[in-house]
Every structure is written in structure tokens, then in C-alpha cells.
Design a protein around this ligand. Structure first.
Ligand code: IPE
Ligand code: IPE
Ligand code: MG
Length: 237
């Protein structure tokens, strides 16, 4: 039976490191790109389930600043995926009131990839349900450097005082929210440069399930596990 948001403590901000597409494909004797294709379908499935559960923001790690090290053919396929994804699902995202945003530097992608992403953001900007944030050409260290550069510029140009606090700093980042729950699929237990600042007090779940097999039930199980955790934030309960 599926879980309900009325009976559960639902995390506001959930982040997922969508890992294991390549290994999933290899296991079935398919090229890595087949894993990425199935992985893109799972984005739809998980976004709809997150929306149903009233999660406020879902941040999905789709492409890291380190993923440029991959073979050119794989990168070029990944650049085509946003176009394929949004042409198939934009109508459904509108119907379900889901708002698309992104985190990362789009400028390094081909012009048409940038265009489809910006168009999806623009088309869905009035939606008030789930915020589906795609982290693309995203690296947390890069995000922090960019934030420091912008803050420093504002101080030097006397647009603001040199009085930064933690809350202020978060607004210089691509993702200002604290993450409540971070999930990584496919067995690796590492963060790989994702949301280093934002996960300070996140609950971490590492699951063996590969991203192409990560379905509604798998997300529901993670929410149930989250409900069993005791979050203390450094205090005594
Ligand atoms: C995650 O799957 C998707 C991206 C990083 C783009 P991988 O492509 O990393 O799959 P594995 O880890 O090699 O199985
Ligand atoms: C992290 O996965 C990045 C994304 C899921 C987009 P990787 O597969 O690139 O990470 P490592 O290399 O195993 O740490
Ligand atoms: Mg991987």
C-alpha cells in the first residue's frame, strides 16, 4: 500500500543522487545510454510521487561538474536527454502543477540543450506544486566559489556591508534550502560534490537499488525510513 502525507512526516526538501544508470544497462547487456534513457523515465515517476506526497522541493543530480570527464558520445547523449524528457512530459508537469527549476551553470551546454531547459522553467514558473530542481553541470565546490565571488564583489563595490551570516550566505547559492533527506541510489556511499553546504543536517540514505529501478515504492520506503530517524540538530531531546 502506498503511504500518505497525512500520516507521515514528509521531508520538505529531498535530494537524490541518481546513480547506477551505467551499471544497470551493463547488467542487461545494453549500452550505458539505455540506462540513461530509463533513468530519465524514472525522473517522471519520482517527481509525480514526490508531488503526490507534498514534498516541497526535489533536487535531482543529473550531471556533475566532474561528469565532463566522460566519453564524448555519452556526454552528447546526456545533452539530448532534457529535450526528449521535456517534449514527452511537459504537458503532464503542467497538469500536475509541477514547477521546474535548475541548479548549475547551463552555459557550458549546447545552445539547444540550454534552450529546452530554460523553456521548461519558463513554462512552469507559475505552478505551485512540487519544485523539481534539476542539478545540471552542478558541483557544490563551484557553487560555493561563485557565491563567494558574488558576495565579495558586492562588498568591494559597497553594495552591502561585510556582515555575512549563514542564512545570508545560503541565498548566494544555487540551492538556498537545507536538505532534509538525501538519497543515493546504486550502492556507493559518497556525496560526489553534491550540496555540501545544504546537507549539514540531512538524513542520509544509501540504497542498493539502481536509479532505473528506483520507483514509487522505493521512494516511499525512504520516507518511511526518514520517519524512523530522530533528528536532534545538535540539541538534547
Ligand atoms: C548516473 O549514473 C547518471 C549520471 C552520472 C549522468 P552513472 O552514469 O553514473 O551510472 P554508473 O554509476 O556508471 O552505473
Ligand atoms: C554523481 O554520480 C553524479 C550524478 C549522479 C549526476 P557519479 O557516478 O558521477 O559519481 P562517482 O564518480 O561515482 O563519485
Ligand atoms: Mg555513477
Amino acid at each position: 500500500m502506498s503511504i500518505s502525507h497525512e500520516r507521515m512526516n514528509i521531508p520538505e526538501t529531498v535530494a537524490i543522487i541518481m546513480d547506477g544508470n551505467g551499471r544497470w544497462a551493463k547488467k542487461q547487456g545494453l549500452p550505458r545510454t539505455a540506462g540513461h534513457k530509463k533513468g530519465a523515465d524514472q525522473i517522471r515517476t519520482i517527481a509525480l510521487e514526490a508531488n503526490r506526497l507534498h514534498i516541497k522541493k526535489l533536487i535531482l543530480y543529473a550531471f556533475s561538474t566532474e561528469n565532463w570527464k566522460r566519453p564524448e558520445e555519452e556526454i552528447s547523449y546526456l545533452c539530448k536527454l532534457p529535450g526528449i524528457f521535456f517534449s514527452r512530459f511537459i504537458k503532464e508537469l503542467m497538469e500536475k502543477n509541477i514547477r521546474v527549476t535548475f541548479a548549475g551553470e547551463l552555459e557550458r551546454f549546447p545552445k539547444d540543450t540550454q534552450k529546452v531547459i530554460r523553456k521548461a522553467v519558463d513554462q512552469t514558473k507559475g505552478n505551485t506544486g512540487l519544485e523539481l530542481c534539476i542539478a545540471i553541470n552542478y558541483g557544490s565546490r563551484r557553487e560555493i566559489i561563485l557565491a563567494i565571488q558574488e558576495y565579495t564583489r558586492q562588498v568591494v563595490e559597497q553594495e552591502r556591508a561585510n556582515d555575512l551570516n549563514e542564512e545570508d550566505f545560503s541565498h548566494y547559492l544555487f540551492v538556498p534550502e537545507n536538505v532534509d533527506l538525501l538519497i543515493r541510489t546504486s550502492g556507493e556511499e559518497r556525496i560526489s560534490n553534491f550540496l555540501l553546504w545544504q546537507i549539514a543536517y540531512a538524513e542520509l540514505i544509501f540504497t542498493q537499488t539502481a536509479w532505473p529501478d528506483f520507483d514509487e515504492k522505493a521512494l516511499d520506503e525512504c520516507i518511511q525510513e526518514y520517519n524512523r530517524r530522530d533528528r536532534r540538530f545538535g540539541a538534547v531531546k
